[in-house]
Design a protein around this ligand. Sequence first.
Ligand SMILES: [Zn+2]
Length: 190
Amino acid sequence: MAGLQRVEYVKSQKGAPQVFLQGHTYTKNKVRGEFVHWRCTASKCKGKCTTAGDFIVNVSGEHLHPPHDMNDYIVETWVDYEARFPLHFWNHHQTAGPRTNNNLEGFHSRLSKQLPHHHNVYRFVEIIQKVEINERAKLQQINLGAAPPPRKRVYREVDNRLFRLQASLRVGTKTSMEFLNAVGHLLKLG
Ligand SMILES: [Zn+2]
């Protein structure tokens, strides 16, 4: 699937998944096998796109309106007082531990490597059962006080730097802007 664009999903105000593509939002229209057909959320607009799995496979139709400005979109979705996802949903200022879902992505990619290319439901169930037994055993170990799996040195170092930066923000040796600049250098988004 190299070369195809990954789908970016957003949520409608009612929580339904929408596709966000080049400043346009699309709502689900039809599902045909592995293809999902979406149409532009603007009423009577002809904009359409098709996804398969996590990829955009087709874009068609002309939009009868300009795209959302990306900055407006970010502000309306994440930043405003009445944003779709209020601050406390996503703010990680005080988080100790993972701040991303990379661990889940890693789990999924390990899982998909184990699965046979040609799906066979019996083999699939077997593998899923094995995975569950393994994960249960790990959980049990952790419940009995075992240390969680060690994190990579580079992530531990990022955490240590964040803690030091937060401390300087608290005691006032860094201003909010200086803090944000430093955190921006430290964390690479996307
Ligand atoms: Zn449109």
